[in-house]
Design a protein around this ligand. Structure first.
Ligand code: GLU
Length: 467
């Protein structure tokens, strides 16, 4: 039973890298019938942003990843951290350091000049004299001076860090505010985390956090550090490549299941399977199959997955999703026909909306090139004959196949080539030659609307770009 968490700092939007680690933590908790928590790391009051916080919560809601219990806010837990800092001071595992900023800078400069890594030199570690006046001390932990910190990372395997590479780092600043590594550790321990799954940009923090776990006598969780998502050129993902706010994906017309499917595969695999429903992810996900190397963002694949889900979710669901784009279909009695016709070609909900509106709204322009090419002498008469034919047989014509059956003999009788009849009708009905099967369009519009649009096109002589 895994207890996992996602722990964003609300200093900026939630991007897909964050959502991916959250997804992995979520899947593992749900699969093992454990718990998944959301902890807001908001101790940096200067950089916190209320909008970012709301965007994170909204994004979780949109993708349907429910967390257990209320969000945990670090800013509300300061007294807990203070208590543990005091405990370490009382036990002699941490100490107050009175080094001034000038002294620290001077030490750093000296070390750099000697080509050494800048590190605190432990001068207050065993200090028992009278503290210098006028200095608010920081609290530093007594890091082990020798030996190694070893742990088995769930993704990266055996990890080992020499203790002498970690100095006595600060756990509480001079204003009493505990530092990042300290609060993360205390919270992960008190919230009962069994696995900490996070981006491998945090790997450098793990030895420090292990020192804190050990000093406080807490059990270590298992760590799994997930490699980054790069752009197709192997560089850090930028906003242009897709490192956008998760909610931007909603605005661009992605379905949440497509985004989650995309993210689960971006760094994890199960053979060569590409399509994963949430049920399958829950059945198959295991952090031990997370890739060891960075993955590469591929927009084509996201679009491909999105079109897969657009084709496969119910029409009911699609019309609900389209409402967000101000495309309302609930009162349209041809809703299913419309969606069935348009969803096959749409890669995003925005494209789906555009395709639908092309049918629902009368054309506002006629394609000039198409009209010139396909509207010839005789076209108007042919269109009039065709309108008469379908109007006369109105009662029996409903489905696209009915129109096909009645149109074929008409084509033969007048010895027409397909583009001679279909392109002028397409242009009349949609304004463009780039439209699906004429039979489908007529079935959706119905005979009255079809004839109205053809008559308008004839009246306007097809030659106005704007009507
Ligand atoms: N708050 C950290 C971040 O947003 C994550 C800390 C963690 O997962 O341990 O990057």
């Amino acid at each position: 039973m895994a207890i996992t968490r996602f722990a964003p700092s609300p200093t900026g939007y939630l991007h897909i890298g964050g959502l991916r680690t959250a997804l992995y933590s979520y899947l593992w908790a749900r699969k093992t019938k454990g718990e998944f928590k959301l902890r807001i790391e908001d101790t940096d009051t200067q950089r916190n942003n209320q909008d970012a916080l709301q965007a994170i919560i909204k994004a979780f809601d949109w993708v349907g990843m429910e967390y257990d219990g209320e969000e945990v806010y670090q800013s509300k837990r300061m007294d807990i951290y203070e208590k543990y800092i005091q405990q370490l001071l009382d036990e002699g595992k941490a100490y107050k350091c009175y080094m001034s900023r000038e002294e620290l800078d001077a030490l750093r400069e000296r070390q750099m000049a000697n080509k050494e890594n800048p590190r605190y030199d432990g001068r207050y570690r065993d200090f028992s004299g009278t503290p210098p006046e006028g200095i608010d001390p920081v609290v530093r932990i007594k890091a082990p001076l020798e030996g190694k910190i070893e742990f088995n990372d769930g993704v990266k395997g055996a990890m080992s860090f020499e203790n002498n590479t970690v100095d006595d780092f600060v756990i509480a600043r001079s204003n009493g505010v505990p530092t990042y590594n300290f609060v993360v550790t205390v919270d992960d321990a008190l919230m009962g985390m069994t696995e900490v799954i996070r981006g491998d940009d945090h790997l450098i923090n793990t030895p420090k956090q292990i020192i804190i776990y050990n000093a406080l006598g807490f059990d270590l969780p298992k760590f799994a550090h997930v490699p980054m998502i790069n752009n197709p050129q192997g560089k850090k993902l930028s906003k242009r490549d897709g490192a956008m706010d998760v909610m931007d994906y909603k605005n661009l017309g992605y379905l949440p299941e497509a985004l989650l499917n995309f993210l689960v595969r971006l760094g994890w695999s199960n053979g060569d399977q590409e399509i994963f429903s949430m049920e399958e992810m829950l059945e198959l996900f295991d952090p031990k199959n997370i890739n060891k190397s960075a993955s590469s963002y591929n927009e084509e694949k996201l679009l491909w997955l999105n079109s897969h889900y657009i084709k496969n979710v119910s029409n009911e669901r699609l019309s609900k999703e389209l409402e967000f784009f101000d495309c309302k279909l609930e009162n349209n009695d041809k809703k299913d026909l419309l969606l069935d016709l348009c969803k096959d070609r749409a890669q995003t909900l925005v494209e789906l909306k555009t395709a639908i509106e092309k049918f629902v709204n009368k054309p506002t322009t006629y394609e000039k090139k198409g009209s010139k090419k396909f509207v010839k002498e005789g076209t108007f008469e042919m269109l009039n004959n065709y309108m008469n034919l379908i109007e006369e047989n109105k009662e029996t014509l409903i489905a696209a196949s009915d129109f096909e059956n009645i149109t074929k003999p008409f084509i033969e009788k007048y010895e027409l080539k397909f583009p001679q009849i279909f392109q002028p009708i397409r242009i009349s009905l949609t304004g463009s030659t780039q439209a699906p099967s004429v039979y489908d369009i007529i079935a959706i519009l119905g005979i009255d609307e079809t004839c109205r649009r053809i008559r308008t096109a004839i009246e306007k002589n097809f030659d106005k770009e704007t009507i």
